[in-house]
Design a protein around this ligand. Structure first.
Ligand code: GUN
Length: 294
């Protein structure tokens, strides 16, 4: 194996220690404990694990978290009612609705209903718009976590050709937007590929930085990667009860210069950035107490 491993778990621990200190300073200064409300609808086991990990991470960082568990058959109106109450609750700074939601609920209607100033996932159209315009309120958690991995691994992003595979609202689109902005670990030339892209391999082979967020286990093979490239694997596929990335690690680690593994890569970084956003949301509220209520 030739590639350096980009250890997201180790970096996440380091950044979480810094966040814990920042939370402690914030609490000492304001007497307010940042509070994240997580909403979990239904009993998807993977979602339950993610939410539990988020709760544990909050606790360790000194952030209060409350979990609102709703039954799988919850209606859209019931969920909107809960979101309305959390929006109006002055004690709640961040709201996270775990995705995916059951089929009877229209995801966009729910995400649009979360107060933009409590939207720690950065899914609200106002926050997406602010990011696109280069003046973000919250940075989207997974893309921001990836950006931190690139910075801390010393990857030269400005001027690099970054190829993002996947155009989801959670990863692909915000990742492309983040890399496109002016600033550190940005200023990249960005190409976004997806299921309808022709001659994918020709494009991925041009990537200095390749972000794989396709949702297909071990989809990226060694011959799709430029020698020496940095490869970030965002895949979280379950194969025979094992967590498998979108990158064929065995093959690609022989070609790439640096690669993030699954597990232990992007996953822990996403939660870390959620902690950061929750503190940001509490700080926003402390600065503009009248505005962050709904
Ligand atoms: N489901 C998978 N990833 C995410 C995420 O980043 N945020 C939320 N809310 N749900 C998810």
């Amino acid at each position: 194996m030739t590639a350096h491993i980009i250890d997201g778990k180790a970096l996440a621990e380091k950044l979480r220690a810094a966040i814990r200190e920042d939370v402690a300073s914030f609490v000492a200064e304001t007497n307010v404990t940042p509070h994240l409300a997580a909403v979990l609808v239904g009993d998807d086991p993977a979602s339950a694990i993610y939410v539990r990990n988020k709760e544990r991470a909050c606790e360790k960082a000194g952030i209060k978290s409350t979990l609102h568990r709703l039954a799988a058959q919850t209606t859209e109106e019931e969920l909107l009612d809960l979101i309305g109450r959390l929006n109006a609750d002055d004690q709640v700074h961040g709201i996270l609705v775990q995705l995916p939601l059951p089929d009877q609920i229209t995801e966009k209607r729910i995400l649009d209903a979360v107060s933009a100033t409590k939207d720690v996932d950065a899914f609200h159209p106002e926050n997406v718009g602010l990011l696109v315009q280069g003046r973000p309120r919250f940075l989207p958690c997974t893309p921001h976590g990836i950006q931190q991995m690139l910075i801390h691994h010393g990857v030269q992003v400005p001027g690099a050709h970054a190829v993002v595979i996947g155009r989801s609202e959670i990863v692909g689109k915000p990742m492309a937007n983040l890399l496109l902005q002016k600033g550190e670990a940005a200023n990249a030339t960005v190409t976004v590929c997806h299921s309808r892209t022709k001659q994918l391999k020709e494009i991925t082979r041009q990537a200095d930085i390749l972000v794989a967020a396709i949702g297909l286990p071990r989809f990226i093979k060694g011959d799709m990667v430029k020698p020496g490239a940095t490869v970030i694997d965002v895949g979280t596929n379950r194969v025979e009860d094992k967590l498998v990335g979108d990158v064929d690690f065995g093959q690609v680690s022989e070609v790439a210069g640096a690669i993030s593994p699954v597990p232990g890569g992007v996953g822990p970084m996403t939660i870390t950035m959620l902690l950061r956003n929750t503190l940001t949301a509490a700080a926003l509220k402390a600065r503009t107490p009248g505005e962050a209520g709904g």
